[in-house]
Design a protein around this ligand. Structure first.
Ligand SMILES: [Mn+2]
Length: 355
């Protein structure tokens, strides 16, 4: 954590003497602390300001930080201001994308002679490249997720509802150590498959359905992400063609990922295959996103992302085709970028599995 603090202190926007972190993932990243409150990081300052409920937890989780407890009725901003004054800090970088307008006004009111500047995405950029510990957590979370998919292939029966299937996914992963779910589990069957982010319903799965399951375990705070689409009984030639197209797009994109490739180029490779098969406009989301302490992180494989891929990034590759009235297919792996390509963290089979 000390190395992360030092890296953050060294990457502050020009002029800023300290960072004030308000978002849980950034606070956790630099300190290990997972409770409520704020953190201050500067060259000579590592402080967490919290309240009675969290003081002991913060001391245990963030040994490298000094923990300050607010007095009853006192505001976090007032304590932060005293710490900044003691260090003679006059310019403070804050998380503009996280603070509410009210938070920002309170902060400025509490420290009228401190100029508040934007932290921009300094902590997030450090988080783009996962270290060995983070890669280990992400590998474990994604392995648990893949194992759950294998289990689901023998669990699903005709007549079960999407909701029953989603519950089994969540319960199975948590019973085996997942700290929660990465996001609300998606199970979409038959015509519901055309909804990219379908909410599991009381629809019963039946023969001829494609069933898309998108879910992830959480280990050490790190989020897995996997999608597979399976067939229940024989599916229509149209569904089979959709599946084959998505799989070709997914494999081609995986093949193209290596350090230095621009993110938008990877998105374009998958999109060209899907559009070329006659599904133009039916793949309406980006190809992938990074994952870590949050399920959706930057950079991502999208049309607008001009960042080059770098070793240590963990990104999803998830093309899909969605046709209203017919259904949908999505195939998603989470991969870690290596020196010369990728390591797939979600080894579950991608051939069309017929249950
Ligand atoms: Mn995803």
């Amino acid at each position: 954590m000390n190395a992360r603090c030092a890296a953050l202190a060294a990457s502050l926007p020009s002029g800023a003497q300290a960072a004030l972190l308000s978002s849980a993932p950034n606070i956790r990243y630099v300190s290990g602390y997972t409770g409520e409150g704020i953190a201050l990081v500067a060259q000579n300052l590592r402080a967490i300001v919290t309240d009675f409920r969290y003081t002991e937890q913060a001391q245990r989780q963030a040994p490298g930080f000094e923990v300050f407890e607010i007095a009853s009725g006192e505001r976090h901003e007032a304590v932060a201001y005293r710490l900044l004054q003691a260090e003679n800090i006059r310019t403070l970088a804050v998380e503009e994308d996280v603070l509410t307008v009210a938070n920002y006004r309170e902060l400025q009111k509490a420290m009228p002679d401190v100029s508040l500047v934007s932290l921009q995405d300094a902590p997030q950029r450090l988080r783009w490249i996962k270290d060995a510990d983070e890669l280990d957590m992400l590998a474990r979370a994604n392995k648990l997720t893949s194992d759950c998919f294998e289990h689901m292939c023998s669990f699903i029966r005709e007549g079960m509802t999407e909701r029953e299937i989603a519950l089994e996914i969540d319960f199975w992963m948590m019973r085996r150590g997942s700290e929660g779910v990465s996001f609300e589990t998606i199970v979409a069957s038959g015509e519901n498959g055309s909804l990219c982010h379908a909410i599991p319903s009381d629809r019963k799965v039946r023969s001829g359905d494609l069933i898309t399951m998108d879910f992830g375990a959480v280990v050490g705070g790190y989020h897995a992400d996997l999608t597979r689409t399976v067939a229940l009984g024989a599916v229509s030639p149209e569904c089979a063609r959709m599946y084959d197209t998505v799989l070709r797009a997914q494999l081609a994109a995986l093949e193209a990922i290596r350090p230095g490739v621009v993110c938008s180029e990877v998105d374009a490779i998958a999109r060209r295959i899907i559009d070329g098969a006659g599904y133009e406009g039916r793949f309406g989301h980006s190809l992938g996103h990074s994952t870590g302490l949050e399920i959706h992180e930057n950079p991502g494989f999208s049309r607008r992302c001009q960042e080059p891929v770098a070793p240590g990034m963990v990104i999803t590759v998830e093309p899909g085709i969605y046709v209203p009235g017919v259904g949908g297919v999505r195939i998603e792996d989470s991969v870690a970028v290596t020196q010369d390509g990728v390591r797939i963290l979600t080894p579950a089979s991608k051939e069309l599995i017929t249950l």
